[in-house]
Design a binder for this molecule. Structure first.
Ligand code: ATP
Ligand code: MG
Length: 328
């Protein structure tokens, strides 16, 4: 049987180059490898305060970005998480199998909660990994392509699957994460010690930035002391981040990228990085604009929700029966 590959992105803000390199641009290739289930994690977006209109707009944008990345709608199931009520139903069951202690150790929770007033931290942010585990489990997913920051959440899903299967027999499929070699963690251009993140935008390149802005942001990216273009994340985090971006864009290894810039100055190097990003982002943006204008995402999302629901419902019933919920 072919692999089931699942990934989701939250419509929490404007998508960044980090999301693009870490996940989006790798998705089309996956459709040749297995059965692809990609979704817009709109329920997850509610775990941080967001205006209704912003959420709606971000969801449309994200669906369009998925398609603009080159996904063939016939080869994927693309849907909104909230259109498939099984996610929430399974969540109500699975929240009993992950524990407060382990949830409080999740880096994403600690990170996001530390930036908030304690009285404004919702239960949903704390319980986020439960819903994410449900997203994964519902489709008997095998492979979860993610950026580095999401590894911990896939690991806790694996713990949950183990725990559940030990108690009830082999009900759930065991997933594993997959991380790309280059670009699993793109850093901020203004502070290369922190991750480029859409809900905490600092030194981000947004996928909707115009090309002049993209170039300006790259040319003014924070660099490091010295003048050598060398990959050394500890001592040269800025240059290393730009090298990563360049290598990802060119589909080459970091070593190959380094070789291209031996003896070159920072300025020349940055120009090459900007050229590489623009060469890919410009046509991507054109496709995005067309998809939004023609509302191409609508039919895709509708059909995706029907297909996803069919798969998800089977798993939900299996779980309900396993735990002893009476099906009449
Ligand atoms: P948020 O700040 O809302 O958490 P985010 O930019 O981290 O936004 P997510 O929706 O959490 O985006 O993640 C979507 C996918 O993009 C995940 O697979 C995540 O691992 C990946 N990703 C996010 N940021 C980066 C980054 N800087 N580099 C590489 N991959 C990333
Ligand atoms: Mg994130």
């Amino acid at each position: 049987m072919s692999e089931r590959i699942l990934t989701g992105i939250k419509p929490t803000g404007q998508l960044t180059l980090g999301n693009y390199i870490g996940v989006l641009r790798n998705l089309p290739k996956m459709t040749d490898r297995g059965e692809c289930i990609f979704f817009i994690a709109d329920l997850h977006a509610l775990t941080l305060p967001i205006e209704p209109e912003t959420l709606r707009q971000n969801s449309i944008d994200l669906a369009s970005f998925y398609l603009a990345a080159g996904l063939d709608p016939k080869k994927v199931t693309l849907f909104l998480q909230s259109s498939v009520s099984e996610h929430a139903e399974l969540n109500a069951i699975m929240q009993n199998y992950l524990y407060m202690g382990e949830l409080s150790r999740m880096t994403q929770f600690k990170d996001k909660a530390s930036k908030m007033n304690e009285s404004a931290i919702g239960l949903g942010l704390f319980a986020y990994p439960v819903l994410m585990a449900c997203d994964i489990i519902l489709y008997d997913s095998d492979v979860i392509p993610v950026g580095e920051d999401q590894i911990q959440h896939v690991e806790i899903t694996r713990d949950l699957v183990n725990r559940f299967n030990n108690r009830y027999g082999k009900v759930l499929n065991m997933p594993k994460y997959e991380i790309r070699k280059v670009g699993a963690r793109i850093m901020s251009l203004s502070d290369p010690t922190v991750k480029m993140s859409k809900s905490d935008p600092k030194g981000d390149i947004f996928l909707k930035d115009d090309m002049k802005t993209v170039r300006k942001k790259i040319m003014s990216a924070v660099t490091d002391l010295g003048c050598e273009v060398k990959y050394d994340p500890e001592n040269k985090p800025g240059i290393s981040n730009l090298l990563t971006i360049y290598a990802a864009m060119k589909d080459i290894s970091i070593e190959e990228a380094e070789k291209e810039f031996v003896g070159k100055r920072y300025g020349e190097f940055k120009t090459a990085v900007a050229d590489a990003v623009i060469a890919e982002l410009e046509p991507f943006q054109e496709r995005y604009k067309q998809i939004v204008a023609n509302k191409e995402y609508e039919a895709v999302l509708k059909e995706g929700a029907i297909k996803a629901k069919e798969m998800a419902h089977k798993t939900l019933v299996r779980v309900q029966e396993a735990v002893g919920l009476l099906k009449i």
